[in-house]
Structures are given as structure tokens and as C-alpha cells.
Write a protein that binds this ligand. Sequence first.
Ligand code: SAM
Ligand code: SF4
Length: 341
Amino acid sequence: MLDSEGRNIRYLRLSVTDLCNCRCLYCMPADGVPKLRHEQILSFEELERIVRAAACLGIRKLRITGGEPLVRQGIVELVRMLSSVEGIEEVAMTTNALRLAPMAQDLRAAGLDRLNVSLDTLDPERYHRITRRGNLEDALAGLRAARQAGFGPTKINCVLMGGVNTDEISRLAALARDGAEGELGVSSVRFIELMPMGECAVWPRDRFVPADIVLDALPGLEPVERELAAAGDESACGAQGTASERGGVAELYRMPGWKGTVGLIHPMSHRFCSECNRIRVTADGRLKPCLHSSTEISLRGLSGQKLTQTIARAIASKPRQHHMDATHASESLRAMNEIGG
Ligand code: SAM
Ligand code: SF4
């Protein structure tokens, strides 16, 4: 469906839980967030109903996110239900991969096509410090298992934090050296600018670094042709929008001789709003036409035509652009763990 700006809205990011097994410094408070009550979270049937209605309106790609989607009980069954919805052509998931290894085969068999795995460091101690809980080896085991289970090429999302992980850019980028055929099956490593939302909204300015510093750290990177980029990339975790028909928000580069790509995602220093093709639904059933706006439309209790019409109205009301930048925090009332990135 076209919104009022003529953007073709084809992509739904669905948060299936607000809970997470990590407490990443930039995303969640150390003690976690007040847990939503069971009845506040969308049931499997409600999630399926929303995806059906969205598919009727032209949504073709679904990304399952959270919180951490793999902590939602019955996630394999949920993937099976959602991937069977008529009209949905691709189902992807954004995950920290800590629980992925034992579930990878079942998720693949249930119809999950692709994974984006969040990984901000390759240093085990630093990983534990950033995630406040996670064990790097579990995430790497998840990546290996995904490759063995036959997932499409996996992308790594790495949030750049000045003075925290910027010294690891080369090492992280090198995960793409062997591409999808490598041990971890990584086709692209995408570096994402930290967005001032939730926990990190009050962080010092020097933590917010432009993604272009990746080009300083890896001067040999060469831009990938647009046509190749369209085939190889799709939208990023936190970035506000995607080059809809072209396929992605990441600016793609390749090191000569590497099989995979290195992506730069600039939600802060560039705006993608004019090409944004996505809407989001939070775990408690609120549709967000824009990640960085406070506007939310409740879908709770709706079904049939009423549900479809409400989603259609929300798409039509999608704002032209957001106003977040280095001096203005996101206007969203929620942190990323609640929205799903
Ligand atoms: N738990 C899953 C994960 O970490 O992949 C899915 C949800 S998480 C909210 C989705 C993505 O949002 C992650 O890649 C995370 O790094 C990113 N993210 C969270 N807060 C962010 C922020 N303030 N700026 C940029 N990216 C952020
Ligand atoms: Fe959890 Fe993902 Fe947020 Fe980290 S970024 S705390 S893994 S929801």
C-alpha cells in the first residue's frame, strides 16, 4: 500500500516480546524493564491476525524481533504460523543469537528465511560488559548452527560506540572476509550509528560516532555497485527506513578479495525517511508508523475489516520524516527493546 508520501509500505517489523536475556548498555537498564503482564502481550492468534491484515494491504516482508525473540515461548510454532500467512514472501529475525544454536534447525524448518545477528564486539570480556549477561561463545555457536541449518546469508549488526568498540572495527569487519561460505556464514557486517533513545539518550556526545569512521579504519574498502547492493543487502536493525525497491539502507563496501560486504548505516547522519517502507508493531499491539515518532495506534481487540482499516489509516498517516539528530533525541516514548529496532 502507498502512504501519503507515495512510499510503498511492504515491510512489517513485529516485536514478539519486550523481554530479553541481555541488558545491553545502550538498550536496557541493568535491572531490566518492568515486565508487561502476560495478557498485555499479543497472543499468537493476535499476531497472526495482524500479519494477515497487513499482508492484505501489501506487506510482503516480515521481521520478527523483540526484546529477544528467541526468549518468547513457542517461538518455533509462531514462526510456522506467521510464515504460512498468504502474501508473506520472506520472514527474517533479528536476534542476539545466544539461544539460537539448539533452535536453528527447527526455526529453519518452520519457515524462517534469514537472520540478522547483533554482535558489537569479538572480545569475550567486552561482550559480557556490553550485554551485561551474554557469553560471546554462545552467540558464535548460534551463527555456526545457523549456517549448518541452511539459513540464507546471515548479516551482523554492530552498533558503533565511541570509546567502547571502535577499536575493533577491522576485526569485526573481517567476519565478512569469507562471506556466506565462511565458518560463521556471514555475508555482511553492518556498522550502525548509535541512536539516542532509551538508555543511551543521555550518554555523552563522544559515544555517538558517524559510521564513516569505518572508512578511516579500513581505507581499502571499495563501494559496491548499486545493483549488487540491491541484491546483497536489506534493511538494517535500527535505521529509519529502507531504500524500498532497491533493497536496503546500508551503504555497501567490499575489501578487494573478500566475499562478503561491509555496510554503513547512518540513521543519525543521513536520513532515509523518503524511502522508508516499513511499519512496526510493538509487543503490546501498538502500531508505530515511524520508529522515532511518539504516535502509536492500538490494534488490540481489533479483527476483520476494522483491523485492516486501522492499519491502512496508520500507514496513510506515516510522517514524512523524523526529527532525531545529534542534538535531538528520538521522539519515541519507548526504548529499542520495546519496539524491536
Ligand atoms: N534482541 C535482538 C537483538 O539484539 O538483535 C533484537 C532486538 S534489538 C532492540 C534490535 C537491534 O537494535 C539490535 O541490533 C541492537 O543493537 C539495536 N539497537 C538497540 N538500541 C539501539 C540504539 N540506541 N541505537 C542503534 N541501535 C540500537
Ligand atoms: Fe536485548 Fe537486543 Fe536490547 Fe541487547 S539490543 S538488550 S539483546 S533487546
